[in-house]
Unconditional design. Sequence first.
Length: 158
Amino acid sequence: MATPESLVTGVTPLFTFHPRIVAAVTTAMAVSIFAVFGVIWFRLPDESRATFTLFQRLTLIAFFGTVLYLLYRMATVRVTAYADGLRVRNVFKSYSYPWSDVKVLRFTAGDPWLQMYDTDDNRLGILAIQASEGVRASSAARELAAVARAHGAGTQTS
């Protein structure tokens, strides 16, 4: 089955995982924030709304837009495995690693999310696979680790 990403890039992912709970919570937060501030704004008397300067209105819009953008980024974290490597989209940054740079994937009891160590022993938290997803996250971590091993990750000696 074609995914939106494969339609754009022409490359079919081997594995993709998106957290459902985080997406649901951030979507609910965005809708709630939009509704609350919308109600507050339109419930203000006209004379009160008129006291806001253009700069103050633009500041409120910029703040609101920033919060919505961060919620969007939180809702769309994901990890995707391709034949050539691993792509991770976290909240603030996206990463790409060829399989030869992936040393180990670790998701032990008590970890908040999957940890990836590269060949330089740098650690990257893969926020897409979170403990809050329970069994679904554990299964995803095992499946991603199997894909990684099948593509040569972790076979280098230090």
